[in-house]
Write a protein that binds this ligand. Sequence first.
Ligand SMILES: Cc1cc2nc3c(=O)[nH]c(=O)nc-3n(C[C@H](O)[C@H](O)[C@H](O)COP(=O)(O)OP(=O)(O)OC[C@H]3O[C@@H](n4cnc5c(N)ncnc54)[C@H](O)[C@@H]3O)c2cc1C
Length: 454
Amino acid sequence: MTTSHWLHDRATPATEPLRGDVDADVVIVGGGFTGLWTALQLTEREPAMRIVVLEAEVVGHGASGRNGGFVEASLTHGIANGAAHFPDELDELERLGEQNFRGLVDDVRREGIECHLEQVGTLDVATRSWQIDDLAESAALHRRHGHDVELLGAGDVREELDSPTFLAGLHHRDGGAIVHPGRLVEGLARVAAGRGVVLHEGSRVTSLVADGAGVRASTDLGSVAADRAVLATNAYSHQVVRRTARHYVPVHDYVLLTEPLTSEQMSRIGWKRRQGCSDSGNQFHYFRLTHDDRILWGGYDAVYAFGNGVGPRYDHRRATYDLLARHFRSTFPQLADVPFDRWWGGPIATTTRFTVAFGDALGGRVLYALGYTGLGVAATRFAGRVLTDRMLDPTSPLLALRFTSTAPFPFPPEPLRSLGVQLTRRAIARADRNDGRRGPWLRALDAVGIGFDS
Ligand SMILES: Cc1cc2nc3c(=O)[nH]c(=O)nc-3n(C[C@H](O)[C@H](O)[C@H](O)COP(=O)(O)OP(=O)(O)OC[C@H]3O[C@@H](n4cnc5c(N)ncnc54)[C@H](O)[C@@H]3O)c2cc1C
């Protein structure tokens, strides 16, 4: 099956498309994590606020319903990246990330969202000898910031999860969970509806324009006039507000999902603690168990299409599925008899510093947050808090952080954008082949603090 596993068993019925012209205080464009967390945080602070969410397809149609379901506390796409881009704010960002992670877990429990949340931590594995030193460095950095990590040698890591390719591991015991993201996004929509938020699916916004002192979001069948709009369309944002394209490139990321493993098949690999895992190349795989013991195996390729291409024609890629399957078979030869029965892909919006970009348009009538790179499940909740502060508490200290108040270095327009992405992809692949040694192109990008990632 080629639709996301996470979206195929939705329990709540679809909502009706917007018909006619209505008024609201805030209109939110996009029914993924950013849009829904923002709606929830607005209603927590102002329960009477009239909020309408317009979703082009169905809730979770974008990355929120297709991701790996790793919930990580880091707001900065990992500590190392945070240290590179926000050294002066890193301690505060780490604290905010932990607080946000705990808040997410609390929200899920308090609201009774059944999304298979498992606080199992994460496990990074080295599959090449040069990655072993990187894991040791990463362990030291995590410990300096108070994290509970353990370095594992080959024997110990294979005790956790057995693969002949694993040479070492770094077990992060705190700040990481796995979740069924489809259930989470659906649960957030249910909670929002319970608080009076009006959600219209099948309602693609075709224009977002100033309307007096406010803003009007129009679809084919109606419109919402509101004081403010939140653009929560992540990798699709340039289709609604063109100039957001400078902040990000959409890179397509793909996953495979096995059939449920039997207990005998599970016993061949171990994985008793069920950590979310990833290997440690510049091009990396991520892998995890689902509630019913399927293995989700994704990542590695990050495919860009000229002109920020997004949409159904990019949601599948045979060549990447074949490559991922080969990599899975060599990682877990003992699971040669386990077939894949689902595969899908989706767009990740990455910025040049791999962290969310906040901004506004139409003279501040439209606010947006986008570009979480591959770690948006938890970071979107933090973004909802920032967007809420921008609307309701403009003197909030959160808004003074460089992290929230400055834009990442912009990507150039086409054709330079495409050229830059292709050069970088090739340089990354070359670095992985050369024991991690970064060539002149990557070193030049590192020196000015830019890149792209998945
Ligand atoms: C394959 C994959 C794996 C990933 N794995 C992880 C992971 O394991 N952990 C992690 O933390 N992050 C992961 N991510 C990233 C994470 O999923 C995203 O950062 C996050 O879901 C972004 O949420 P969002 O609401 O901003 O965007 P989206 O979920 O993309 O939501 C945007 C919504 O806007 C809608 N929309 C678009 N245009 C319009 C319009 N004109 N009008 C109305 N609606 C519109 C779309 O249909 C969509 O539903 C992954 C992403 C992908 C693609």
